[in-house]
Design a protein around this ligand. Sequence first.
Ligand code: ZN
Length: 187
Amino acid sequence: MVLAFAVSAFVVGGEIIPAGYRPPVKVDGVVFPVARADWLSVINFTDDWHAPRMRLVGKRWVQSGIHEGTDILAEPGTPIRAMTAGEVENLGWLFYSGWRVGIRGDDGSYYFYAHMTEFAPGLSTGDEVSAGETIGFVGNTGYGTKEGHHDEFIYHLHVGIQEPDGRWINPFPLLEDLYREAVETDR
Ligand SMILES: [Zn+2]
């Protein structure tokens, strides 16, 4: 007879963490938005703030804009976590962003998460979320009018932060600090 023990999830502070991922590490109430796996986490990001963004139009590459956020490369389906507590202000499809969630943080800033493969089950506009709560999963949706359009680029999470006055700011320094803290705390 073979006894098999399958642990599919554990609970930390009321939040269900899928097995295989580290619980969120909060620094002053803020959490790194991509879950770290128990195995070798493939999480990679650089300061790509204001990098030119190109689009193929017909047969020519044209600049479609400048990058107003940070792209975090991660494996498909990795849980995406709300960086701060707040309220879901937008949830749905946008041409460039694909499946995206926008959260109005309790700090008044707007946190924008794009290119998801899917949203967290049951998440809707108006929901209150806590910092570290799973809001969706890493995908590569976007750059298409048809909902669910994907595969135009590598799997990643786009993070944007808009201050209450409407100014988008570079999320990279904050993300870098949060990631370092999470790795060090978790060692
Ligand atoms: Zn981006």
